[in-house]
Design a protein around this ligand. Structure first.
Ligand SMILES: *Cc1c(COP(=O)(O)O)cnc(C)c1O
Length: 449
């Protein structure tokens, strides 16, 4: 089989996988998982034929995948892959560009520049901000927090890039007590130490209580949240950010999925005031429905990000806006390409429709489950529905039975010290009939009384 035939064969299998997304089990059964033992082979001395390897991957691998690229997956906020984003990714893989700099790939550079511009426009953030396309909201958040740390310390006359952290003035870090675990991870990696991070008290929706916000000063890095992971709620940006700015703190917003509310007129008010922050992160691979790994670090002061992320060398120097000087990666693929393709194909109205549809679906599920006797724990302001059964044992039993059913999947959580489950709406493939099926399934499995 030549290269062309092999790519056709891989594509044939990929197409067959995607077209069956509606029918396959959402979580594989034990037999399909057991068959994965077939991958346990000795490292071959002489390699196998290429087509044989692709066949093995498909034959054993595909049945044991989680159908998160299908319509019946309601776990986390994972999003499917829009066909145009997946197709753009395929072509970009064929290009195999090292999209570090304009020299590395003029095409990738131009497309990512365009994606940056559109992104700032659709999210309505300061148009001169730097946009870095990284692997995840975790990595992009880390980049923004590193930029914040350097900028805050620079004001104190300390150059953290050259002189490091030993002996540096202390930066006060404040996060919502409900902050996402990956913000914690990024802060820990940066050497802030979780025990020294101040956790601001939050209300029963996971939002910082503005009246209990710790004192902020010009040494403070304040992290806020657009889209709390259980409730989907937003911090009160319009109240908190002006106070933080008056104190000269740096404000970073974790908006891994929630920032997209800004692109939907119906939900935009949730984000009022967010544009006054200093940096923001969001994902493409969640609500925008692009493939993994695609996320964005957005920084109001492009120099602040470029300064900590610079990786110029004598053999590889580039402009401050080269992606290798904004992201953690040096060699990298152009993660902005599928994002560009998604934005170009959806347009502002398509993104608004996608986000609004999921919100409407989530609301409908909330109402139906409440009427069926479930305890719906949140207001469903976004795309998350947080639910409990009659008691803790019932909640866990419902979760187990849904996950084993193969016809839908969502995950559990602990909310206010008791088990609950989280239903997230984020796949462009999820239509009203899939929502009906999910409601039917839950009502059948678990209504109390
Ligand atoms: C998913 C998520 C993250 C981390 O995003 P990754 O792209 O998975 O690294 C951060 N914050 C929130 C609120 C999230 O939901």
């Amino acid at each position: 089989m030549n290269e062309d035939q092999l790519l056709q064969e891989a594509d044939r299998r990929a197409r067959s996988y995607v077209s069956g997304a509606d029918q396959r089990r959402v979580f594989p059964d034990t037999r399909e998982i057991a068959a994965l033992a077939g991958f346990d082979e000795p490292l071959p001395k002489r390699g196998f034929a290429a087509a044989e390897t692709i066949a093995l991957m498909d034959d054993l691998g595909s049945p044991a995948t989680v159908a998160s690229n299908g319509p019946n997956y309601f776990g986390f906020v994972i999003g499917a892959s829009l066909p145009v984003a997946a197709a753009a990714e395929r072509l970009a893989i064929a290009w195999d560009q090292c999209a570090s700099t304009e020299d590395g790939s003029p095409a990738a550079y131009a497309i990512e520049k365009q994606a940056s511009k559109w992104l700032l426009e659709i999210l309505d953030l300061p148009r001169s901000s730097a946009v870095a396309f990284g692997t995840s909201a975790t990595a992009c958040g880390l980049s923004c927090l590193a930029a914040a740390r350097a900028a805050l310390l620079a004001r104190k006359g300390w150059d953290v890039v050259q002189d490091g952290l030993y002996g540096a003035p202390e930066v006060k870090v404040v996060v919502p007590a409900s902050t996402h675990v990956t913000v914690r991870k990024a802060l820990q990696v940066l050497g802030f130490g979780w025990n020294r991070v101040i956790k601001a008290p939050v209300d029963d929706k996971g939002r910082i209580l503005p009246e209990q916000l710790p004192e902020l000063d010009a040494n403070t890095l304040l992290v806020l949240q657009a889209g709390e992971v259980n409730t989907g709620e937003f911090d009160d940006f319009a109240n908190i950010i002006p106070r933080a700015k008056a104190a000269r703190a740096w404000v970073h917003v974790d908006g891994a999925f929630g920032l997209w509310a800004r692109a939907a007129p119906l939900l935009r008010d949730l984000t009022t005031g967010i544009e006054a922050a200093d940096s923001w992160t969001t994902d493409g691979h969640k609500w925008l429905n692009t493939p993994y790994d695609g996320a964005m670090a957005i920084c109001r002061d492009p120099q602040a990000l470029a300064r900590v992320m610079n990786s110029d060398a004598a053999y590889s120097s580039a402009s401050a806006d080269a992606q290798k000087n904004l992201t953690l990666e040096f060699s990298r693929r152009a993660r902005g390409i599928p994002i560009w393709a998604a934005l170009r194909s959806l347009g502002t109205s398509g993104v608004a429709e996608l986000v609004t549809r999921h919100h409407t679906q989530a609301k409908r599920i909330g109402v139906a489950l409440h009427e069926a006797g479930f305890e719906v724990l949140n207001r469903v302001v976004l795309n998350q529905v947080l639910v409990r059964g009659g008691d803790d044992a019932a909640t866990q039993e419902i979760l187990r039975r849904v996950q084993q059913s193969g016809s839908a999947w969502f995950g559990g959580t602990v909310w206010q010290e008791r088990p609950a489950f989280r239903i997230s709406l984020s796949s462009f493939r999820t239509e009203e009939r899939h929502v009906d099926q999910l409601i039917d399934l839950l009502v059948r499995i678990g209504a109390k009384g």
